[in-house]
Ligand binder design. Structure first.
Ligand SMILES: [Zn+2]
Ligand SMILES: [Zn+2]
Ligand SMILES: [Zn+2]
Length: 162
């Protein structure tokens, strides 16, 4: 996959088609149905390397015809269960996952300026969290690590603007 912070609109067409192909093959393997609605929602989540909220997704779908909110929420639930998307708790938004075939905890770098997001998947981070949690007698069920900051492009712009 392209570096999300550096992905151009033309390169991104490939990100989207890879993500949809991955979803098609994983759902076939898992014998679950990637319905037209679920696939459409996945495609919309993948439209950018930026988190998108359920409400924005609903609005975009409704521009293409009548869609009931529960339909969208159910599609998002399904995509989360199949680990095709991650939910970002702090932003209450969703982002596509390019490595859905490997179970992993989500670790994200989020640019505060342009809202671009890159997923890093470092088993050492999850391991360190699990160890610290165990030492505190705590059993983690899910982990989402969100790191806010500046992407290289926005940092350069900020320096240029002085
Ligand atoms: Zn891309
Ligand atoms: Zn992921
Ligand atoms: Zn940025």
């Amino acid at each position: 996959m392209q570096d999300p912070f550096d992905c151009t609109p033309s390169a991104h067409l490939q990100c989207v088609s890879n993500a949809l192909a991955q979803a098609d093959s994983l759902c076939r393997q898992r014998q679950v149905r990637l319905t037209a609605m679920r696939r459409k929602v996945l495609e919309l989540v993948w439209q950018q390397h930026r988190p998108i909220g359920a409400y924005d997704l609903l609005e975009q779908l409704q521009q293409q015809g009548r869609v009931a909110p529960p339909t969208v929420y159910r599609a998002l639930d399904f995509l989360q269960q199949q680990r095709l998307i991650h939910r970002l708790e702090s932003l209450n938004a969703f982002v596509g996952c390019a490595r859905a075939e490997h179970p992993h905890q989500g670790q994200f770098l989020i640019c505060q300026t342009c809202r671009s997001l890159a997923e890093i998947s470092d088993p050492q981070i999850s391991h360190a969290i699990n160890q610290s949690a165990a030492a505190a007698g705590f059993t983690p069920l899910t982990q989402t690590v969100e790191v806010a900051g500046l992407c290289a492009g926005c940092r350069q712009k900020e320096q240029a603007d002085g």
